[in-house]
Design a protein around this ligand. Structure first.
Ligand SMILES: Nc1ncnc2c1ncn2[C@@H]1O[C@H](COP(=O)(O)OP(=O)(O)OP(=O)(O)O)[C@@H](O)[C@H]1O
Ligand SMILES: [Mg+2]
Length: 430
């Protein structure tokens, strides 16, 4: 039976899931295979190239990076190369004296995900190449040209590298391998799944809202992705009417911005964290310090003590909240036409907001979204739905898995996007 496999290549970590036929999707335990420090389903998106000429990826890369070992290249968010580097930079050597490009390093990293998928299933590389393979990506504007093809290429070529980058590998070996795989591509291209749509598909599918306006906000490390849709279930004219109210958006303000704000606050208070070893230590630990801060409301680094309230009041975090608030308002303005059709037919006429991603549960982002809705058309009341993602039977937080699980949804069930969709209009009280 045909399978759809979706990799969620996140800014901070990678997850993957599979769906067989009409079954529910299942997340792979990539994290368990690699003894990940994140969770059972995720491996870090890190690349590390040592000055000894070895390259490693995922958990081992993170471990070496955090140890303070000198690196020729250490990148904890290589996904950023796809959105932020030029296409030329993506395709040109990442290091002096080696032809390996940044895209090659992305392939070597994604190869770890395939390697774990193979370890968990009875599939072979050839077997997987015959399945539908997807990788979720942020909503890219038209200016970010060529990225989908690059990511598509990386996805398929990385499969041929599976198993080759689980252990540190010399750069020379990696160069030989990447040369070999560039001819290996045989698979059908089906790469085009945007992260907010994937998250919305998973959440919608597991929630079954009845005639509701719903917004999914995925707060990751690199982007906050927002999708607004209207749903009309039970089935309407033979299929679930799940209709995007407007184009989803990816806002480049998420967990990493908070990390930097925290670093700045700590450095204001601890001069030893500004330069040298103290600064390097702080930069390595910024993500985990921030997570501790959100979990316990305060954090101490050297002699600096920072409370969550102080972080929330910092300029960077307030700006981030404002940008997210404005993006939400803009989504609703753009959705106005379609929401008008639905307004009043929902049970209570509210908007149901569900958060996904590792940053789900961050209160100031919830507040920003509520403010954004209040400033938009209709001033609809907001209901934040925290139950939808509370599924403890999964190998990781359900909020984190929404993108990879939803990304395996067959295309026939993807949301309708056209206003003139007959299934949407016929018989509705407009
Ligand atoms: N308890 C927590 N409190 C606050 N933030 C957290 C917590 N746990 C994880 N995070 C943050 O969530 C982010 C990671 O979330 P996620 O794994 O969804 O992102 P990603 O998929 O790697 O990134 P993106 O989707 O932006 O490409 C990181 O910034 C991480 O520090
Ligand atoms: Mg993500």
């Amino acid at each position: 039976m045909s399978k759809i496999v979706c990799i969620d290549f996140g800014t901070s970590s990678i997850r993957a899931a599979v769906r067989e036929g009409a079954n529910e999707p299942e997340a792979f335990r990539l994290g368990d295979v690699f003894r990940s420090s994140i969770d059972s389903a995720s491996i870090p998106s890190a690349c590390f190239i040592g000055i000894d000429g070895t390259a490693c990826f995922g958990e081992e890369a993170l471990r070496r990076g955090l140890s303070g070992e000198l690196a020729a290249l250490y990148e904890t968010s290589p996904k950023r190369w796809l959105s932020e580097a030029s296409l030329d930079e993506l395709m040109s050597p990442a290091l002096p004296r080696s032809p390996l490009t940044r895209l090659d390093l992305v392939k070597a990293l994604l190869a770890q995900a395939w390697s774990a998928v193979l370890a968990e299933t009875n599939e072979t590389i050839g077997g997987l190449q015959r399945q539908k393979l997807r990788v979720a990506h942020p909503v890219w504007t038209k200016q970010v040209r060529g990225r989908r093809d690059a990511l598509d290429n990386a996805l398929h070529e990385s499969l041929a590298l599976a198993g080759q980058t689980d252990q540190p590998v010399t750069l020379t070996r990696l160069e030989e391998l990447t040369k070999l795989i560039s001819q290996a591509r045989t698979t059908e291209s089906d790469v085009d799944v945007e992260e907010p749509i994937a998250a919305a598909l998973q959440i919608h599918g597991s929630n079954r809202h009845y005639r509701e306006v719903c917004m999914v906000v995925d707060v990751g490390a690199g982007t906050t992705d927002i999708a607004t849709f209207v749903s009309q279930t039970p089935t309407y004219h033979g299929s679930d009417a799940f209709i995007l109210a407007t184009d989803p958006i990816s806002v480049p303000q998420a967990g990493d911005v908070i990390d930097h704000a925290l670093v700045r606050l700590i450095q204001e208070r601890a001069p030893t964290a500004r330069t040298g070893a103290g600064a390097a230590d702080l930069s390595r630990r910024q993500r985990s310090l921030k997570e501790d801060l959100f979990n316990t409301n305060h954090v101490v680094f050297q002699r600096a003590n920072v409370t969550l309230k102080e972080l929330e009041e910092s300029d960077d975090v307030r700006r981030m909240a404002k940008v997210i608030e404005n993006a939400v308002t803009q989504q609703l303005r753009d959705s106005q036409l379609r929401l008008k059709v639905f307004r009043g037919i929902g049970a209570e006429g509210h908007i149901n907001v569900v958060f996904a991603g590792g940053g789900a549960g961050i209160r100031f982002i919830e507040d920003a979204v509520t403010e954004g809705v209040a400033a938009g058309p209709f001033r609809m009341p907001v209901r934040i739905d925290r139950k939808v993602l509370a599924d403890s039977g999964l190998p990781a937080d359900a909020a984190r898995l929404a993108v990879c699980l939803g990304g395996t949804t067959p295309k026939t069930l993807w949301p309708k996007t056209r206003m003139d969709e007959p299934k949407f209009y016929r018989g509705l009280p407009v």
